[in-house]
Each structure stands twice: as C-alpha cells, then as structure tokens.
Design a protein around this ligand. Sequence first.
Ligand SMILES: NC(=O)c1ccc[n+]([C@@H]2O[C@H](COP(=O)([O-])OP(=O)(O)OC[C@H]3O[C@@H](n4cnc5c(N)ncnc54)[C@H](OP(=O)(O)O)[C@@H]3O)[C@@H](O)[C@H]2O)c1
Length: 229
Amino acid sequence: MKNIIITGASRGIGYQTALQLAQQGHQVLALSRNEEALQQLKAEAGENLDFLAFDLSKPDANTLLAKVQRLGHVDVLVNNAGLLLVRPFEELTTTDWQHMMAVNLYGPAHLIQILRPFLEKSHGAHILNISSMGGFQGSSKFPGLLGYSTAKAALATLTECLAEEWRDKGIACNCLCLGAVKTEMLAQAFPGYEAPLSSEKMGSFIAYFATEGRHFYNGKVLPVSVSTP
Ligand SMILES: NC(=O)c1ccc[n+]([C@@H]2O[C@H](COP(=O)([O-])OP(=O)(O)OC[C@H]3O[C@@H](n4cnc5c(N)ncnc54)[C@H](OP(=O)(O)O)[C@@H]3O)[C@@H](O)[C@H]2O)c1
C-alpha cells in the first residue's frame, strides 16, 4: 500500500480519486482550501485518509511538512487541483494571470519541491500532474479558455522536463490531459454541455494510473479524452 498526497480533493475528480485510493487501502493525505468538504470526505473514506486545509496560491510549507513527516515517505503525489477563469484574452488582467498560474503551475511546482525529500525516500515515486486537453498541443481550442489552457500546457512541459531532471532519483513524472468530465469546473467552462464521463469514472482511472502508471510511462503527456470538448 502506498502513501499518497492529492490536491483538489474537496470536490469533483479529486474527491473521487482520493476516496477510491483510501478505499483501496492506501494512506491518503487530501488537500484543498475547503476544510468542511475535506471533513465530509474523511467521514466517507475512513481511517486511511487524513486531510489538510491548504491554499496552493499561498502554500504553507511548515503545516504541510508536519503532516508529511508522519507519513515518513511519499510514493505518489497527484497534482489534481486546478483553477479555471473564463475570460476573453483582451480582458485578462495581470491578477487573473497570476491567479491561474499560481494554482495551475507554481503551486504544483512548489509542492513538488517541498515534497522532494519524501519522494526520494520512496522505492519508486510517481508525480502525476493533471492537465487538460486545452493544454494538449494540437487539440481543439475554445474562446475564453486561453489563460487556463496556457497554464495547463506549462504544467505538461514541466512534467516532461522534470522527468528528465529527476530520472536518476527514481522519481517518475507523468501528465494526464483530461477531456470533459461532469464537474463544477466543466459547467463553468461549457454551460449546458453534457459530459460523457462522471467524476467517479475518471477518479477510478486516475487512482489506477497514479499507483501503476510509473511502471509503463515516464515524462509522458497523455490525452485522456473521449469527446470534444
Ligand atoms: N472537469 C473537466 O472536464 C476537466 C477537464 C480537463 C481538466 N480538468 C482538470 O482536472 C482537475 C480537477 O478538475 P475538476 O473538474 O474536479 O475541478 P473542480 O470541481 O472545480 O475542483 C477543483 C479543485 O481544485 C481545488 N483548488 C482550486 N483552487 C485551489 C487553491 N488555491 N488551493 C488549493 N486547492 C484549490 C478546489 O478545492 P478548494 O476550492 O476547496 O480549494 C477543488 O477541490 C483540474 O486540474 C482541472 O483543471 C478537468
């Protein structure tokens, strides 16, 4: 059984992934800002799950380290949290850019840096970054999603570069670019659109990939999509 940290676990895909990993017997540390939702997740998941209110745009390394030290080592980090702002390019402010980059790129990057010593202690760690088809090169693009898609594309490139930099540390790093999944975020991006996948279904795929994907992939950016959008 693995020690797993997952961000964005308060709702949607992250909630389902965290729940299923805990139900499989892994030790899960679930992060997001919404403590009440994390308490509800804990009530459903039981003793295998611990949680921490954590804002990726203002990461508090000390509080996180106190929790992680109890785990001893980290086998899997799932950078699932994401922030979407729907705005035409000409209306994007510096604050909009900063906010989207903070949650979708700098937050995951900083978290990886904080957790590096604990990932190195694992016998085969896996960092799994959750991106979007919007950030997958050559995919269909949609107006209003430029800032979000750009930040997600950067997360995909970070994945490829980090896998190479850390190859000798035995830490694998992969990126899944998700297509449409029925969540609050999708409703914000594409109001009224009926997604072909539920967060439960995608959560079960991510839970599998997070624990087993490193045996088959490293430094890969993979589309996970059955629809457009
Ligand atoms: N749903 C889709 O169709 C779709 C498609 C492509 C990619 N994705 C990606 O899949 C991932 C999960 O998406 P979802 O649809 O489940 O999204 P969601 O329902 O909107 O959930 C987003 C999660 O990110 C967390 N988050 C946002 N800002 C944060 C911050 N500053 N600090 C910490 N956590 C923060 C939220 O937690 P709090 O608000 O509690 O902090 C929440 O748990 C995201 O990376 C998203 O970009 C989703």
